[in-house]
Each structure stands twice: as structure tokens, then as C-alpha cells.
Design a protein around this ligand. Structure first.
Ligand code: SF4
Length: 620
């Protein structure tokens, strides 16, 4: 029994939800830790219940554990009660599978899913007894590595990382681990290892670059400090995702998690071109899995894990080219196995209604429309091709088929937004309720409309990356404006998000390395779990930003000159700046860009890999 295990047995009696920390789930992998393998701790910087809902963890965990060179284990951020108990008892942060302290691993790898998880990375390093800053670590410390959507601008955490992987990780991560094992066998030091991997597409070694700044602190670009480092890091692209194995045996969580279900990936990337969406642009080109693979993956997961729900993964489910035959087959299978099928991000056409009607039966859950903006003008600005005609045609059909509740999602503070656009949200909600009442003899009855509003956050590698965000005060006034008016419409509920946390998100989405000091300070002052409303420490953040000279307008509330160099430009997401610029110009004129499936719009990704609709311009 490891020393961690003995102490842990005692601690688990004192904390909430001890099952978060014990491991041993069905399909978790326990191998001999003394074998000659590279040891990788896959760390999700949030609670077990959140991290275990993330499919990417299952994918990379099983991919690495299929190799003979790497043993991958898991670790999540302990809740605050467990953190305090571990600190008091001197128990270091450990892996769930073998209770090995993170400090003894070869790699400690973080997935960067959202900016507001960054203080949890610091909490985990602190609990593990690993120095936060890369420059303070020695040959004896693990290699700290990260990847995930926020790696498109990981500059705010670059000082904490030894290696950043950008883009698809399924081929790159095992290769990096294989090279690490080879270096270890040859007795090579960390720097030599970094030099060996620096040339791989998608690998970014932050210590090989130094920021250049003007006398007044303005960012001017990067200076390369190592001749192995490329000028820019082109994201890693898995050209064909069909052969990439999806896990056949999902780890079955011990406690209820946010999404407890089998998941089959349909495709990656998106051709629709919503101008605020980083995932849709960053993961281009669209690459589909074959129908056969999707069905096989879904059935195997369900049979091996006993899950009661299957969900399909993509940014726009109805766009899958074999959508109708696939869903027809899965629906029959799920019915036979008494498994529920969930189809997120559906286009509401006749086929979708037939499917939803069949899978939801009499207990119909709410219909969701991501309208994103209240007027057609603003929907054109953001290139969201949903019209009121689509919504109302779909709703008439939905009410006739027995649906009674509708969820509408909007974004607030979008570029060019005015109060007329907010009035559009109110008007749309009112008219939907009127339609509902018309179906119910003039009464509201069981009918309801939920209006959910999130705050716009400008993200790198989107056409809106240069645009300012609304101030927290502007957001609050707009929330109040909507709340005040929507509450007068019977049957309408309104939900919105905190505005200060959204400002922080924008700061960390567009910021550079100077933010690492503020992150460290905020953590020291008690910030952690910043994505959670309860326990959010606004006071700690205000103090940390102020002490580090980062005003509230810093990177969040200012328009950025598109010609100015930006920290995230060290990474090349494959889409050209000219394309982003032309999309931004079209947005200001409220002009739309059609779906790429109707003709290539010249985003530039096909200079790096084949795009189904855009062909290939220049093979490497
Ligand atoms: S290369 Fe053309 S078709 Fe392909 S994603 Fe870019 S714009 Fe769309």
C-alpha cells in the first residue's frame, strides 16, 4: 500500500463525495507502475464530475494506454474541503489509478478547456509540490504539458508550461511520449527532449521564445531563442479521423457526473462560419467519421459500459452527410436496447421532428434554438443563418406535435449590438408565447419559453478577435433591461451569466504572458474554481489585477488594431488573417458568408490539408 493510500483512507472519512478520489472505476486502467513506461498524469483542472464528462479524456487516456511506451492515469482538482485536508495532512496530489504523487510522474498534462480553469492548474501544481513556473523546475520534476481548445492562445499560462500542444492530439501526444521514452533511455536531458520535439507540427515550447516589448510595454512579437523552434507553430491536424480509435470501453464514473453517457463523434470542424465561434474555425477542415465507424463505436460503448444514454458529438449534427440513415439505424438500436438517444445542435426540419417525436415519445423535453441574436440584422453580423421564419415554422410544427416548452439561447454584447437588438429578443419571446397560447385556447397553461443569455467573449482566431467586449456595467444594464421587460410576459423565464467572470474570460482569452503574475497572485489570494458562481472570489481577482497593473480595460474592453501584433499569433490555426479580416469587414456591413458546402470561401485551411469542399491548394 502506498503512503498516499494510507493517509487517504483517513482523509476520505472527513470530506464530501469521497468517491471523487478513490479510482478503481470499471474500465480504468491499472498497470504495473514499475514497468519501463513513460508515466503520464492526465489532469483535468476541475472537479471529478466535470472532468469525467469530458470525452477527450477518455479518448486520449485509452489511446495512450494502448501503446507499450506510456501508462496514462487521471487526476482532477480536489474540491476545496479535500484541498484543505490534504494540505493539513501533508498528502501530495496523486493519480487515481495507482495513488502515485504527481511529482513522481514523467508528464503532468493539463487540458485547457476554458480560461476560467487556469487557477485550478496552479492549485494542482501547488498541491503536488511542483514549482508553478517552468524556470524554477529541475530535471527531477515532471514535464508539464497542456493542450485543448485554449491552446490556441495559451500565453497566459505559457510561463507554467514546458510543452504546449496545439490542434488535434490523437497522433501528436503518443509521439511526444514515445520520444520522451527514447530520450530517457539515452539519458538525454529535458532541453534535448524539447529540441527533438520542437520540429513536430503542433508542438510549442514556450521557453524557446521571448516576448519583445516596446519601452511602454506594448507587445511587439517574439524573439526565437533556439534554432530548433519554428517561427510560428502550425496546429497539428489529423488528416483522416476515421481510423483514429474512439474508446470502446468508457470509464464508468463512481458518482453522478454532469454528462454520464456514451458519445460517438460524427465529425470535427464546421463549415457554417459563425463569426464568434472559435471551435468552428479552429478545428477546420470538417472531417467526418464513416457511418459504419460511428455505429460501431456507439454500439460497442453501450454494450461495454451499460450506459443508458447515447449522444452524438459534433458542432452541427444535422450537417453530417449520412445523417438520416445514421439516425434511423441508431434510433432502432437504441429503442431495442431501451437506451435514450440525444441529438444536440439539430436543424429543425421535417426529418428532425420525426426523429425527435419518435425518440422523445410523450415526455417531450424542451426544444432548443440557438438564435444567438434578437434581430435578423445582428444574426447577419454574426453569420448565424437561422431566420425567424425557420423558428416559427418549426415551432408551429412542434406545438402541433405536443411540445410545450422552448429554450432560446442568445449572446449579449455582440459587435454592433444596440438596444433594438435586445428589443428583438423581447419581441421574439412574446410572439412565441402568443403562438403557444393560440395552441392552448388562449391560455399559457403548461407552455413556457426559457430565454438564456450568455455574455459575448471575443476569442482569438475568429473574425471578432479584435472587437471590444461590453464592460461589466454595460452587461448589467442590459441584463436589467431584459429582466425588467421579460418578467411582464407570462410564461417566459430569463437566465443570464455573471458579467465580471466574462470579463476575466476575455482578458485570459486575448492576453499574453504578463498575465502569469496576476494568475499566481489571484491563486495566492484564494481564487480557484473561477468558472463556478458559488465561491467566485471577485475581490481576489480585483486585487491581483490591480497589483499587476492590469486595468479593467486590459485586453477585454478595448478594440484592437488588426495590424498590431498579438500574443496568440505565435500559433497558426491554419486560417489566414486576410480571411478573418474580410469576415470582420463583412460583419460590419451585416453581410453574410454562405456555408462552405455551397462553395469554398477561401479560409486558407486547404493550404495545409485537404478540405472536402475546398480541395487542396498546396501539399506540404
Ligand atoms: S477551405 Fe474553403 S471549403 Fe474548406 S473550410 Fe475553408 S472556406 Fe470552407
Amino acid at each position: 500500500m502506498s503512503s498516499v493510500q494510507k493517509e487517504l483512507d483517513r482523509l476520505l472519512l472527513k470530506v464530501e463525495k469521497p468517491a471523487r478520489y478513490i479510482g478503481g472505476e470499471l474500465h480504468s486502467v491499472v498497470r504495473d507502475p514499475s514497468a519501463d513506461t513513460v508515466r503520464f498524469a492526465f489532469c483535468f483542472p476541475d472537479l471529478y464530475e466535470i472532468g469525467m464528462s469530458y470525452m477527450g479524456l477518455n479518448i486520449l487516456y485509452h489511446l495512450l494506454n494502448k501503446t507499450d511506451h506510456t501508462y496514462c492515469e487521471r487526476c482532477f482538482t480536489p474540491a476545496r474541503d479535500m484541498m484543505a485536508a490534504m494540505k493539513q495532512a501533508g498528502v501530495p496530489l496523486f493519480t487515481l489509478e495507482t495513488k502515485t504523487p504527481l511529482k513522481e510522474m514523467d508528464f503532468v498534462g493539463f487540458t485547457l478547456q476554458y480560461e476560467l480553469s487556469y487557477t485550478n492548474i496552479l492549485a494542482m501544481l501547488d498541491l503536488a509540490g511542483i514549482p508553478a513556473l517552468a524556470k524554477d523546475r529541475t530535471e527531477d520534476d515532471p514535464v508539464i504539458i497542456c493542450g485543448g481548445p485554449c491552446a490556441f492562445n495559451a500565453e497566459p499560462v505559457a510561463d507554467f508550461m514546458d510543452v504546449i500542444l496545439v490542434g488535434d492530439g490523437e497522433e501528436l501526444l503518443p509521439e511526444v511520449c514515445r520520444i520522451r521514452k527514447e530520450c530517457r533511455r539515452q539519458g538525454l536531458d529535458k532541453k534535448t527532449f524539447y529540441e527533438k520535439i520542437a520540429g513536430l507540427q503542433g508542438v510549442y515550447i514556450p521557453s524557446f521564445y521571448r516576448e519583445k516589448r516596446s519601452a511602454d510595454g506594448a507587445f511587439l512579437g517574439y524573439e526565437r531563442l533556439n534554432h530548433n523552434a519554428p517561427e510560428r507553430i502550425l496546429k497539428a491536424i489529423v488528416r483522416d479521423i476515421d481510423p483514429v480509435d474512439f474508446p470502446k470501453e468508457l470509464i464508468v464514473p463512481l458518482i453522478e457526473v454532469v454528462h454520464d453517457r456514451a458519445v460517438a463523434e460524427l465529425f470535427r470542424g464546421c463549415t457554417r462560419g459563425c463569426r464568434f465561434c472559435q471551435a468552428g474555425m479552429g478545428y477546420r477542415p470538417v472531417r467526418e467519421r464513416t457511418e459504419e465507424k460511428v455505429v460501431d463505436s456507439a454500439k460497442t460503448q453501450l454494450e461495454n459500459s451499460g450506459q443508458g444514454e447515447l449522444s452524438l458529438l459534433s458542432l452541427s449534427t444535422s450537417d453530417y452527410t449520412q445523417f438520416e440513415p445514421l439516425v434511423t439505424e441508431l434510433m432502432a438500436y437504441c429503442k431495442q436496447k431501451q437506451v435514450s438517444l440525444s441529438l444536440p445542435s439539430l436543424r429543425m426540419d421535417n426529418f428532425s421532428f420525426r426523429v425527435l417525436d419518435e425518440i422523445q415519445g410523450v415526455r417531450k423535453t424542451g426544444l432548443t434554438f440557438a438564435a444567438e441574436a434578437g434581430t435578423q440584422r445582428l444574426r447577419n453580423v454574426i453569420n448565424k443563418n437561422i431566420t425567424e421564419e425557420h423558428i416559427f415554422t418549426a415551432l408551429k410544427q412542434a406545438f402541433e406535435l405536443g411540445w410545450t416548452s422552448v429554450k432560446l439561447y442568445f449572446m449579449m454584447g455582440l459587435p454592433t449590438e444596440t438596444y433594438e437588438d435586445l428589443d428583438g429578443i423581447i419581441d421574439l419571446s412574446r410572439r412565441i408565447m402568443e403562438l403557444a397560447k393560440a395552441h392552448n385556447g388562449g391560455k399559457v397553461g403548461r407552455y413556457s419559453v426559457s430565454v438564456s443569455v450568455s455574455n459575448f467573449v471575443p476569442k482569438p482566431d475568429t473574425p471578432f478577435m479584435w472587437v471590444r467586449q461590453n464592460t461589466p456595467e454595460e452587461f448589467e444594464q442590459k441584463h436589467y433591461y431584459l429582466k425588467d421587460r421579460l418578467k411582464k410576459i407570462k410564461g417566459v423565464n430569463f437566465r443570464y451569466h455573471g458579467s465580471y467572470a466574462s470579463m476575466l474570460e476575455a482578458v485570459f482569452a486575448r492576453g499574453g504572458r504578463e498575465l502569469s503574475a496576476a494568475l499566481l497572485r489571484a491563486y495566492e489570494l484564494g481564487a480557484a474554481f473561477d468558472a463556478w458562481t458559488e465561491g467566485f472570489r471577485r475581490d481576489a481577482w480585483e486585487q491581483a489585477l490591480e497589483e499587476n497593473g492590469i486595468g479593467p480595460d486590459y485586453f477585454a474592453l478595448n478594440d484592437i488594431d488588426p495590424d498590431a501584433p498579438m500574443p496568440w499569433e505565435i500559433v497558426d490555426c491554419g486560417i489566414t488573417k486576410d480571411f478573418f479580416r474580410s469576415e470582420w469587414e463583412k460583419a460590419q456591413a451585416a453581410a453574410t458568408t454562405p456555408d462552405c458546402r455551397l462553395g469554398c470561401n477561401g479560409c486558407g485551411i486547404n493550404a495545409h490539408t485537404e478540405c472536402r469542399w475546398g480541395g487542396i491548394y498546396a501539399a506540404e
